[in-house]
Write a protein that binds this ligand. Structure first.
Ligand code: AVJ
Length: 357
């Protein structure tokens, strides 16, 4: 798959499941799965955006999957969210990363591959690349994301760096990680980055299952750096997800814009509002789109009329918040041991370094 060990390519590459070159000689690796914690890669049984939307809007209560936020516009709106003063996750994590990058690189064996799941803008990897440079090292970096837009953005920020050769995988986390892990040399260690509290989209069981699936493709001694947003006062969380500029509202509503554009939907944005709920029992933020009146919305591509009552909600995201002292146990359930934990106390965010046992 990967050209040769000696040629450190400056140019980002993309890998595709079938291993074929595309017209621009960038490799792709496109795999879509029914559920995020499934290993099926048979294209014939893969659900599409249309299948998922049709099924999830037929549920009671209605929902849409948060992974579909990240089309080109959604990825840019998310980048804007990361710059909002009320959304502290990105900045808190970056400052922790600057603090711990040298330690993380020192913990990594001399021959190692770095894999980032959901790289977003790729800016965080720049911090690690600088630590690699200080240590006089270089590494191959794999980016795994279902969003082509996010991959392109992160490939752009990392492409020019000398310490890393970048390979993009347009696939789910599990499939991309498994592929990277099996493709590496026998003596090559792997550091997996799962940052930005992306794990927060999973509930407790799904998060544990995800860590177990990730652990299964790792070897003892492999490392995983996990970013988790911590429980904090409700008003602070509310501001982060219902920001005064309305960027998060736009990010949420863009899901309807995407359905309108891609699936010939007829959602009228004037009749939906962004709703944020703190579920104290489950310790998670819940995002909804609420129908402000009774309405019937046609989605042409799936030949469906979606009937919404006044006040009815469509759940679009769960964002779980963690307690720092419980993170080690979550890792242990998946055969990881906690090597370090760094906490940003102002914003209440944790970075935890796990080692596969
Ligand atoms: C990318 C899932 C970590 O839950 O904070 C931000 C997504 N949604 N604002 C989060 C998000 C609304 C974000 N994660």
């Amino acid at each position: 798959m990967i050209a040769s060990n000696s040629s450190i390519a400056r140019r980002p590459r993309r890998v595709r499941a079938d291993g074929r070159f595309d017209a621009t000689a960038i490799w792709y690796h496109t795999c879509f799965e029914r559920s995020r914690v499934s290993s099926t890669t048979d294209v014939a049984v893969q659900p599409t955006f249309a299948d998922d939307v049709g099924r999830d809007l037929a549920r009671e209560p209605k929902e849409l999957q948060s992974k579909y936020f990240y089309d080109a516009l959604g990825s840019q709106l998310f980048e804007a969210i990361c710059r909002l003063p009320w959304y502290r996750i990105t900045e808190a994590e970056s400052s922790l990363l600057r603090r711990c990058a040298d330690d993380v690189i020192a913990a990594l064996p001399p021959t190692a591959t770095i894999t980032e799941l959901g790289p977003g803008s790729g800016e965080k990897l720049v911090v690690l690349a600088e630590a690699l440079q200080r240590a006089g090292r270089s590494a191959r970096v794999h980016l795994v994301d279902v969003s082509a837009a996010a991959l392109e953005q992160s490939e752009r920020s990392l492409g020019p760096l000398d310490q890393v050769s970048v390979i993009g995988h347009e696939s789910t986390y599990e499939v991309g990680l498994a592929r990277v892990s099996t493709d590496r040399a026998s003596g090559e260690a792997m550091l997996t980055l799962f940052l930005g509290s992306s794990i927060g989209n999973f509930g407790q069981t799904a998060a544990r299952d995800f860590l177990m699936v990730a652990r299964r493709v790792m070897r003892p001694g492999d490392l995983m750096l996990l970013g988790t947003d911590l429980v904090k006062p409700e008003p602070v969380l509310r501001d982060a997800y219902d920001d005064p500029l309305g960027v998060t509202a736009a990010f949420n509503k863009n899901l309807l814009v995407r359905i309108n554009r891609v699936l010939d939907g007829h959602f009228d944005l004037a009749h939906f509002e962004h709703l944020v709920v703190w579920n104290a029992g489950q310790e998670r933020i819940e995002l909804y789109l609420r129908s402000t009146r009774a309405q019937t919305v046609r989605i042409g591509a799936i030949d469906r009329e979606i009937v919404l009552a006044e006040g009815e909600t469509i759940c679009t995201e769960h964002s779980h918040k963690y307690r720092a002292e419980r993170i080690a146990a979550m890792g242990e359930a998946a055969r990881f041991v906690q090597r370090h934990q760094w906490i940003e106390s102002e914003a209440q965010f944790a970075l935890t370094l796990f080692e596969a046992t």
